[in-house]
Design a binder for this molecule. Structure first.
Ligand code: ZN
Length: 87
């Protein structure tokens, strides 16, 4: 016979299998899973921030490179250089 209750690893409360995530296979109840996820997101937001800054830096560099490439492709009109053969 399948057990209908199990203890949550985090809050140590015995709950119904249906109160556990992943069809009852999770070791923490849905409430604790939600808290753990929120905590994880909070902690990782700090860790992810430098990565995001790095991504933004690369994004801006790419945009600048594109703008430079466009400027090179269509250079502004300039005076033609003086012919060096003419003395
Ligand atoms: Zn719990």
């Amino acid at each position: 016979m399948e057990p209908t209750n199990k203890s949550c690893w985090k809050c140590k409360t015995e709950k119904q299998i249906s109160d556990f995530a992943r069809s009852g296979k999770d070791s923490v109840c849905k409430t604790c899973r939600y808290e753990l996820n929120a905590e994880w997101a909070k902690n990782n937001r700090e860790k992810l921030r430098p990565k995001r800054a790095e991504y933004m830096r690369q994004y801006r560099a790419r945009k600048e490179a594109e703008a430079t490439a466009k400027a090179v492709a269509a250079p502004p009109p300039v005076e033609p250089p003086k012919d060096p053969e003419v003395k």
